[in-house]
Design a protein around this ligand. Structure first.
Ligand code: UAG
Ligand code: ATP
Length: 523
């Protein structure tokens, strides 16, 4: 229990009403989580206003309200601040004893690749140091245990609690995804990142931020807040990302594959097989935390495919190098990693291949198609599930990138579907969303086959597949519905073609569903 006076001493310019120095047991920003003796922080949100729930919070036992406007008729102490989200971040960090100060915090932002890159970095650090923390879109991992994540970057209160739990578990290295919303909505205020990574910047989340400029500006907060003894790791092939360099006083390390003058570069990249390989070259002496890493080169091999994963693994290797991890451990950790679900995930690799990918924004679509161009296959089939609820602008931008890559698509080998048979009401694809995609593809000279349900679309692609075809399940496929439909259908087809004994049937089932067994394969 902490005195209210002490907690609010970390806030600037507060005004109080009915002040009493009560003892505080906890903090909540949602009424559902309020308990006796808690502070309730009233946040003016996008959907509703937390101030409207103050009475309910008080009746559940809240002892104090943090408000942006005093609320009449509630007798408990009220502390008025100019920004409740900011205040939530500050009091949460104080309440949990600033746990991040005892850890090396690594923050990864960027439009694409945050999840994969954080998993890869975590793998490298885990190999070297044993217990590590990882926070992102898929999971929150504290050493050996993990829970599914609610957001990419948790709300500040939850984030501080996770970090406190990690500190209690003696975790010294935590890697986390830092989303634009996380930065914009003060979720990571008070966290000092020792290493900040900016993977790449392209258009995304315009619906959340209002404009691309606002989105980029939100992301820049990550490097702006770095101290001089930290480091910014920037993608040297992406001009938008390189611009982040002038926003920070921290030293910079660049990585890339196109610009041979980046600090760390990947050369001789081979994407033609089911495994990826390249030569990592450190072009200059890297200095971090009193360590000097001399120019050198070594081989990197990956089980995960795709040009984007060359970038993601370059970042992880760079973090490993500057953290003093042995090259052999870096190589092993990167090679052992089997990928994260729906991130260019190879889910079937037999007479033909099936890859499952988000395919969600222009950057992600472009790099996925660029990778596909470098692969060997007899025929490429794209099952593209349009994103419901994202609107015409987002869907048109995505369709334009597909149309720019016309050379990949022969006659009618884009199968357009919706996931209306699987998603909830709010994600149903509207006629406008479907029509804008069809129009852009047709204007770009690409013909499509349209199937209203995901099940029909996926099955059609499998029926069309020939030896060495490559099927990409891209777009909104729910969590893994597209993958499940595909594997179920392949299983049924094989079973109906052959007379199999129970033992071989089981073997077949195990083999086919293997990639889905452990969907968070990074663990
Ligand atoms: C768009 C967005 O970021 N929304 C976040 C925002 O919600 P909001 O402003 O709409 O909140 P609201 O529903 O209006 O409620 C206002 C306040 O009243 C409280 N309330 C509300 C109802 C009630 O019964 N009782 C109650 O106390 C709420 O807890 C909240 O404090 O603040 C909430 C509390 O902090 C977040 O949970 C919520 O994330 C929602 C769930 C979400 O989907 N966010 C996504 C868009 C997001 O943040 N994504 C990024 C990745 C995307 C990127 O790269 O930027 C991420 O980091 O996950
Ligand atoms: N470095 C990269 N550059 C461009 N695209 C990438 C990169 N890494 C991954 N991608 C693409 O983005 C998709 C999502 O990858 P990942 O989940 O790692 O990114 P993310 O930024 O965390 O996105 P999300 O928050 O949706 O999980 C991948 O399937 C892949 O197609």
């Amino acid at each position: 229990m902490i005195e209210l006076q002490k907690i609010i001493s970390v806030l600037e310019g507060v005004e109080t009403l009915n002040f009493k120095n009560v003892l505080v047991k906890g903090i909540a920003y949602h009424t559902d989580r309020v308990e006796e003796g808690y502070i309730f922080v009233c946040i003016k949100g996008y959907q509703t206003d937390g101030h409207l729930y103050a009475q309910k919070a008080a009746s559940k036992g809240a002892l104090v309200l943090i408000v942006e406007d005093f609320i009449e008729g509630i007798a408990i102490p009220q502390v008025k601040v100019s920004n409740s989200r900011k205040a939530l971040a500050q009091i949460s960090a104080y309440f949990y004893g600033y746990p991040s100060k005892d850890m090396v915090m690594i923050g990864v932002t960027g439009t694409n690749g945050k999840t994969t890159t954080t998993f890869l970095i975590d793998r490298v650090l885990q190999k070297a140091y044993g217990k590590t923390g990882l926070i992102g879109t898929v999971i929150v991992k504290n050493g050996d245990s993990y829970i599914p994540a609610e957001l990419t970057t948790p709300e500040s209160l939850d984030l501080q609690r996770y970090l406190w739990e990690m500190k209690e578990n003696n975790i010294k290295y935590t890697t986390m995804e830092v989303s634009s919303s996380g930065l914009d909505l003060n979720r990571v205020d008070t966290i000092d990142y020792k290493i900040a990574v900016v993977n790449n910047i392209s258009r995304d989340h315009i619906d959340l931020h209002g404009s691309f400029e606002n989105y980029v500006n939100a992301k820049k907060k990550l490097v702006r807040n770095l101290k001089a003894d930290s480091v910014a790791i920037l993608n040297g092939d992406c001009t938008e990302t390189l611009n982040f360099g002038i926003e920070t006083i921290a030293p910079k390390i660049t990585f890339g594959i196109k610009n041979p003058f980046t600090s760390v570069v990947a050369e001789s990249i081979d994407l033609s097989k089911s495994e990826t390989s390249y030569k990592l070259k450190v072009n200059e002496t890297l200095v971090f935390d009193g360590r000097e890493i001399q120019p050198q080169e070594f081989e990197v091999k990956l089980k995960i495919m795709g040009l984007h994963n060359v970038y993601n693994s370059l970042v992880a290797a760079t973090v490993g190098l500057i953290m003093g991890v042995d090259v052999a451990d870096i190589q092993k950790a990167l090679y052992e990693f089997r990928g994260v679900e729906r991130r260019f995930q190879l889910i079937y690799n037999d007479e033909f291949k099936i890859i499952d990918d988000h395919f969600a924004n222009p950057g992600n679509i472009r790099i996925t198609l660029d990778t596909i161009k470098k692969m060997n296959y007899s025929q490429f089939l794209l099952v593209y599930a349009i994103r419901g609820s994202r609107g015409v602008t987002v869907n048109s931008e995505n369709a334009r990138v597909i149309a720019e890559n016309k050379e990949l698509f022969g006659l009618k080998n884009i199968i357009l579907t919706t996931s209306n048979d699987y998603v909830g009401k709010k994600d149903i694809v509207t006629d406008d969303e479907l029509n804008c995609v069809v129009k852009i593809l047709e204007e770009g000279g690409i013909k499509t086959q349209i199937y209203p349900t995901l099940a029909e679309g996926v099955k059609r692609a499998i029926d069309l597949a020939q030896k060495d075809s490559l099927i990409l399940l891209g777009g909104c496929q729910g969590m893994d519905f597209g993958a499940k439909i595909a594997l179920d259908y392949i299983y049924q087809k094989i079973v109906s073609r052959q007379k199999l004994s129970v033992k071989t049937l089981k073997e077949l089932k195990d083999k086919i569903y293997e990639p889905l067994k452990d969907r968070v394969a990074g663990i």
